[in-house]
Design a protein around this ligand. Sequence first.
Ligand SMILES: Cc1ncc(COP(=O)(O)O)c(C=O)c1O
Length: 365
Amino acid sequence: MDFIPFLDLSRQYQKIKQELLKASEEVFEASAFSLGSRVERFEKQFASFCQVKHAVGVDNGTSAIVLALKASGISENDEVLVPANSFIATAAAVSNIGGVPVFVDCTPDTWQISPDDAMRKITSKTKAIIGVHLYGAPFDVNSILKIAEENNLIVIEDCAQAQGATYNGVSVGNFGKAGTFSFYPVKNLGAYGEAGALVTNDEEVSERVRRLRNHGSIEKYVHEEIGFNMRMDALQAAFLSVKLNHLDEWNLRRREIAAFYKSAIWNPKLNFQYVPENCHSVYHLYVVTTKDRDGFREYLNQHKIGSGLHYPIPCHLQKAFSSLGYLKGDLPNSEYLAEHCLSLPMFPELRQSEIEYIAEVINNY
Ligand SMILES: Cc1ncc(COP(=O)(O)O)c(C=O)c1O
């Protein structure tokens, strides 16, 4: 068996190469490289895929969060609840607009934002909650919506890892004021560079984000407010339109691989993420926990199996947030995850022989 990488994007590229080259040629021929018809086409396709009224293409997923916060009226010194067990972008976006991220622990079984801990963190300054649909699985949407309603908070869904996931049969991105997506290359729907999108059913939010992403302008050289350059790149939009046509099939394959791992790996040294029945995960990542994570990782490596770490330092203990004064022990579930998690290979082009080998090696651990 050759080395099995944690992720190999080239296998996918080889399958859709001709479609991608054709799409890029069309962009070069049209010679419109920022926003324009390719971006508009992708926005329509993506809105339809997510069953939302509006999708706005932007330059990356972090920008989408910044714009969601801005368009929701969150401003300086407002507190925003964010999960600690996640990628830093969600919390950083809050800091980028002058807000204060307040870190919420994860639950011990779903590893998603804990509604109980969110409740405990609410103060008179809290204005919003950003939930992350982590590893491709929806968070506990109903509980978070209920807390938000009772405390007059805005909900933003960070869907960066969950293109195609549904909660009670409804696509993520439909529940909050806005849903934000990243199309960073490794995502389930990944660009060949940087890209992102914001989705919303709120016309006002959509209009404001369209303006803000383009220096506060809808009409050329007329600027209604100070905005940003967070425009979507036309080449990326063209690539994403090609890839969106394959996404359901790819997500299905991810789910098959996840189901295989779940049934074939019986080693009691490993624990899996609990995904409730009403949460349809698209398995962006397949994360397990084990007591001696580093030893397990080394064992896999010796058996020619790659792995990933998502994420080794919880956000509240990152140096970047040291001024907020969190200490080790403040968010025990997130800290446990950071020390014990490991991500197994997970991408649609994994071969059956490879996942069978991975399960066998893990069972012998
Ligand atoms: C949960 C989460 N939020 C936000 C982002 C930020 O997206 P981007 O890298 O496109 O800015 C990412 C991914 O990179 C992510 O995983």
